[in-house]
Design a binder for this molecule. Structure first.
Ligand code: KG4
Ligand code: ZN
Length: 337
């Protein structure tokens, strides 16, 4: 009998529901929240209200696209954290109610672990090459920048972490300084493809070991632009593509150099990237380049499984289901997992 999981993700500003059967994604619906664009960032109170409005129709559509009825579901998996508490509360309460109503198990999922396990999502009719363990993964998103060793599907160790901002925040905050809309990461990625990545140089932070830092880069980017704008008020618009390419280049250099270091230190050559920033085309290219130089077996996720999605919650829920790792109805979300 197939194991079918209904998965709910509501940690930030995307309401997502997926149906996963034996590790294969049958549906993966994502409702983005346009309401935050005007504010240049996610407004927590508006995010939880939008989740509240979206969650029932998104679930309805996910079940419809998967062509299953609620009675076919074996368990409900949901993001317990980390994330925005008000947003997590909506998904958690909904998952608890759904599981209680059907008298089926509830499975809590760590959002970060789910980003890494996105590499194990199977798609109908497609051959899937899975990473072997131990698997070294760079997790780069709007809220996190970590180097993780996945020892088996459910056991992971963080060996590098940001001491301040996340890589996605560096993209988004520098984008905001240039007047780009939120989230700026994908916009910078696009503009960078038309620019010269060596046009401007920004200092790489000096951080020990495998840790990262991005707040200094954001500040030096701000001061750099302030100085240039003094002499040329149209500096940003006249140099937008070059600024994006140069900024993206330094962020990629910071990320990739630490992954190379981590692989050398651990001897692990099964290497991957995950999280929203792993959609970045420059980062993908740079990782491919390193993979051939360093002899890595490189794993780059499908675009639709990089940014927040419930399919990654579902695949994590599936492995937890197999191990019998269930959660009680008294569970509460955790802003920090
Ligand atoms: O994983 P995610 O959807 O949410 C979090 O868990 O944080 O990541 C969102 C982040 C945002 O900072 C966004 O700007 C960034 O991923 N992002 C990108 C690209 N696509 C999304 N950054 C750079 N290049 C991209 N193509
Ligand atoms: Zn995420």
């Amino acid at each position: 009998m197939a194991v079918t999981i209904l998965a709910v993700e509501s940690s930030c500003d995307d309401t997502s529901v997926a149906v996963i059967s034996d590790g294969e994604v049958l549906s993966n619906l994502i409702a983005n929240q346009a309401v935050h664009i005007a504010y240049g960032g996610v407004v927590p109170e508006l995010a939880s209200r939008a989740h509240q409005a979206n969650i029932v129709p998104v679930t309805h559509e996910a079940l419809k696209q998967a062509a299953i009825s609620p009675e076919d579901i074996d368990a409900v998996a949901f993001t317990r954290g980390p994330g925005l508490l008000g947003s997590l509360l909506v998904g958690t309460s909904f998952a608890k109610g759904f599981a209680l109503g059907l008298n089926i198990p509830l499975i809590e999922v760590n959002h970060l672990q789910a980003h890494v396990l996105a590499h194990f999502i199977k798609e109908p009719g497609k051959e899937k090459k899975m990473p072997q363990f131990p698997f070294l993964c760079l997790l780069v998103s709007g809220g996190h920048t970590r180097i993780i060793i996945l020892k088996n599907h459910l056991e992971m160790e963080t060996i590098g972490n940001t001491i301040d901002d996340a890589a996605g925040e560096a993209f988004d905050k520098c984008g905001k300084i240039m007047g780009l809309p939120y989230p700026a990461g994908p916009v910078i990625d696009k503009l960078a493809s038309q620019g010269n990545k060596n046009a401007f140089t920004f200092a790489k932070p000096r951080v020990n070991g495998l840790d990262f830092s991005f707040s200094g880069l954001k500040t030096s980017f701000l001061y750099f632009l302030r100085d240039r704008i003094k002499n040329d008020p149209a500096f940003v618009e006249n140099n937008l593509a070059d600024l994006c390419a140069s900024l993206q280049n330094v962020i990629i250099n910071i990320l990739v150099s630490k992954v190379v270091k981590a692989s050398k230190l651990t001897g692990i050559t099964e290497v991957g990237i995950a999280g929203g920033v792993s959609a970045n085309s420059g980062l993908r290219l740079a990782m491919l380049h390193e993979a051939s130089k360093e002899n890595w077996n490189l794993f780059v996720p499908e675009f639709r499984f990089t940014t927040d999605n419930a399919a990654m919650i579902g695949i994590t829920g599936y492995y937890k289901y197999i191990k019998g790792e269930f959660t009680s109805q008294s569970v509460a979300p955790l802003a920090r997992y």
